[in-house]
Each structure stands twice: as structure tokens, then as C-alpha cells.
Write a protein that binds this ligand. Sequence first.
Ligand code: PXG
Length: 291
Amino acid sequence: MKIYLNGKLVDKNDAKISVFDHGYLYGDGVFEGIRAYDGLVFKLKEHVDRLFESAHSIMLHCPLPKKELEKAVIKTLKKNKLKDAYIRVVLSRGAGDLGLDPRKCKGQETLVIIADKINLYPRELYQKGMEIITVPTVRNIPEALNPQIKSLNYLNNILAKIEAVNCGYQEALMLDHLGYVAECTGDNIFVVKGGELYTPPQCMGTLRGITRDTVLEIAKKMKIPTHEHVLTRHELFISDECFLTGTAAEIVPVVRVDGRTIGSGHPGTHTKKIMRRFQQATKKDGVKYTV
Ligand code: PXG
């Protein structure tokens, strides 16, 4: 496997960065998770735009302009001969000293691109649906660390994941500081009620997921009314259908929340239709390449 590291494609064993990198010392950096489907990088431009927005917000410079970064992603995929892949772009502050001050990172930022295979959950989970649980750890408040910044500091989400796993669940439902539904640890959440689709607005402690946006577009095309609206746990419990969206997980039906059965207890008809339409979208919305 070859890894893109600061302009070079190097062997996995040679892809090394400094222990003084502030990405490692403090989580001072940003990242993106992107997927390629059959030689097409899905929503590449949207992912690169979001990486630049996250970087801008933390005053972090990307050594490559957007178009060059897109090319670097494609180059990494081609080098690894991957038509289907999960791509991780990581941009960190680079090596500094043992202090927080980012001005001490005088050298180059660290830019890494990893292209690999990923299967987050077993296939049958997508047919049977998932059970999730609300965890005590609430999502970071936007005034402290805005969830729109896809930073390398994922402890908030990791703590939630640990709490879910400790209770025997694969995924955690995170609330915001006001007690409204925010999102899961690496996925946005949707419900269907009375044939209409609801998801929390991005201001409520949720990342504006690219899969989330894709699902909203798909639903509009399917003439399903969509609402970006605050949701309570009660509204999840009494929904007809529920599902999660994310680049890594794609679309995961949810059939139980905190022990409450959702709808029939099986993946819903709208959910299954949206899953099919999403699969079709992955075949056209992106940047093509050949291996
Ligand atoms: N919310 C959060 C907090 C995320 O980290 C999403 C929603 C979905 O966004 P996209 O743009 O991918 O539709 C994410 C996605 C994982 C994993 O292992 C997921 C993400 C990052 C790292 C790992 O599931 N981000």
C-alpha cells in the first residue's frame, strides 16, 4: 500500500510523521472521509470544500490548492489500483514544540492521504436494521468546538462510542446540550413520520454530512417532504422509520432506539427506497478515474 505524505507516495511502512506533530500532540488538524465507487470518487468536490472550511475555521493552511488536492486523492487511488475505496485525507498543523501555540509549528503542515478498503458493519445489519442507544455524553456545544469543524479531536464522539459499546450497542445516539437529538458518533440521523422526512438542523450540534445532503436531495426528487427540524427522543420513538447516514456507514436502517421499536421493527419502505436511490447516486455524482 502506498500512502500520500506531503507530496510523495511512499510505502505504508515509510509513512512516518514527527511525534512533535500537533495533530498527534493536540488533535490540531482536520480530516475528511471520502468513498470511491467503481472508479468514481463520490462528491469529491464537496469533501474538499468541507476540508478547506474546517481548515479555514482553525486557521490552518492547506499546502495544496483545492484542485491539486483533488488530483492527489485520484493519484493515491490510482497508485493503489483501487476502484472501490475509503479515502482518508488528514491535514495537521505539523511539527512544533511542546506548547499549544500553533505559531511554533514553523515548518510544513502534514498532509496525508490513505486509500484503503472499509466495511464498517456486516451486510446483514443493513437488511435487519440496527439498535442504538442514547448515551450520557452530549455533543460538543458549538460555542466551544463547533461540530461543523471536522477536526482531529474526536474524543467527544469516541467517548459516546465507548458508552454505547459498554452497553452492548454498536452505535450511540448523541443529544445536544439542550437535550435535542444531535447525531450519532460518525453519522447523521433521519426519521420518517407520516411519509415526511425529518433530520436535525445543522445548528443543533450536528455535522452537515455530505451523505445527509445527498439524502435530502434524493428525498426532494422523490417528492418526499423534507424538514430540517429539532427532534426530541420522543419523536424518534414514535417515528415510522429511522436511519443513519455517513460516508463510511452509508445508509443504515435503525429499528430500535433505547429499547423502543421503531415502526414495524424492520427497515421501512421509504428507507429502503432511499437506500436504492443512494446506491444509484454513487454511480454518477463524482470525479471519474481509471486504475
Ligand atoms: N457526523 C459526524 C460527527 C461525522 O464524523 C458524519 C456525521 C457523516 O458525514 P458524511 O459527510 O460522511 O456524510 C460524520 C462522518 C466512522 C467515521 O468511522 C465517520 C466520520 C469520520 C470518521 C470516521 O464512521 N465522519
